[in-house]
Design a binder for this molecule. Sequence first.
Ligand SMILES: C=C(C[SeH])C(=O)N1CCC[C@H]1C(=O)O
Ligand SMILES: [Zn+2]
Length: 599
Amino acid sequence: RVVDPEQQARHYLQLLDREYGRRANAETLAEWAYAANITDQTLQRKLNISAEHAKFQKQQWLETIKYPWQTYRDPDIRRQFQKYSVLGTAALSEEKFDKLEKLVSEMESIYSTAKVCDYNDATQCDLSLEPELTERLAESRDPKELSHVWVEWRHASGEKVRSQFEHYVALSNEAAVLNNFTDASAYWLKDYEADDFQDQVKALWDQVKPLYQQLHAYVRRRLHDKYGDDVVNRRGPIPAHLLGNMWAQTWNNIFDFTIPFPGKQSIDVTEEMVKQGYTPLRMFKLSEEFFVSLNLSAMPELFWKNSILEKPAGRELICHASAWDFYDSKDFRIKMCTTVTMKQLFVVHHEMGHIQYYLQYKHQPTVYKGGANPGFHEAVGDVMALSVSTPKHLRKVGLLDSSSTDDPEATINYLYLQGLQKVAFLPFAYVVDLWRWAVFQGEITSDAYNCNWWKLRGQYQGIEPPVDRTEEDFDPGAKYHVIASVPYIRYFVSFIIQFQFHRALCIEAGEYDPKDETKPLHECDIYQSTKAGNLLSKMLQMGSSKPWPDAMEVVTGQRLMDASGLLEYFRPLHKWLEAENAKTGEYIGWDPTDKHCVQ
Ligand SMILES: C=C(C[SeH])C(=O)N1CCC[C@H]1C(=O)O
Ligand SMILES: [Zn+2]
């Protein structure tokens, strides 16, 4: 009896999938135990399990590559073999694999346990990034205090991990080469299945840059009004510590004193949330209800039992928000040190979007349990938040009083707050991996890590450090994703495609019509639209089983990323900013910084 070789291969994949799923579950449980409770024991256990898993992967890989999978007719088993044929960091020697794991864990531990002294009380030196330093950067209006927190955080985090990072770069590149990639940047970019992906991203940035520059010029003027000439140069880059965020990546925390039309109903509902006694749990339940209203999945009981939704006392943990799939189609968790603010309500939706994606593709083979590309995974929750953040929806859930109206000035205020989060973020998201790609490719060497970071931050974001920097500093290491080896261009992709998804779902929900200006995109709320939910579910269930243009086409009918959705959404704001900046004679763009970075 001749067995069809493809049938045999399919059977092999089924066995492989069962073994991979079991091992991925064990490895994820050990990773969770470490991230949720940083101790030598939990670290050692995590390292042991991942070393053992790497050994298995390497042995299995030798078996897998014996199959002539490129010759198979069935595109699905070809795709599964293709994914299994990339061994990853397990291709390193056991010793180097373990070293790389240790380096990243050590950088994460230093970052997550870093403490800073209070500006006003030098004896209080137990301030963590979350929640204390985040709140200082958000709330302080004293440039000296802001500069202290900004500088001391970098002293306690980035500066401490520079040598580990250098070694991490070398080992990451070595692993990439063992997988037949030129360097780690090419290895990271394989997930986008497009050899011109970096050009695609550059083209998208060129499309949105004019809008960013208008926002930048307006915000700079308002900061100049508040802090004066000797703090803000009206034609220069914006000092990074004044923008309400430790990395100047989103600027929503300076909304209150830069709002275009003051005296309107405040759309920042943080105060109202606190007044109504919102708790982190209630924020997650509100988010779950939104997904369920679209006929998407509710959270399984295990989610509420196993998740960590508030910072636990009495132990060190990685507070950076994360959503976890334990690869057994049953156990899904979020770990987040949630605080009660409007911005955090959106982060809650962001994380719940990851869980929803896990739930929708939980029937897929392990190798397909991922986003169509990493940007898709980052976009799901944000698409929901685009509806939730509308004044119309906030009134529905009682966070905005129903008397407030959407007059043109209130609309500008709303789009301005959205712009401080979505538009301001784009150049930051681009720079993080522009810098890392150049480091992996050897264009940026370790003797110039920091000054090249600030060159890119100045060039694309038009920001500058509050004080001079040197190569003693290592400011990229003050950002979680850089020390945790999490690629970042996924967020740039997400902030573009989420508006394409939003537009398509709004049309499906009958909430937006390009030809009907009484239904503008920025007022769309897909809440309770099972039609929109069913359409989104069709894409989410695919996981990474098909190239991402196929997944995008299911929802949007398009096969390309394009910024038209974002530009359509922000059109009223863009027009207003151009008129306002013209009125005040704003200089669009920025002169070079007068801050130095000494190599
Ligand atoms: C909330 C998460 C976990 Se995937 C996150 O890291 N985000 C969400 C948006 C940008 C990026 C960041 O915080 O830098
Ligand atoms: Zn995310």
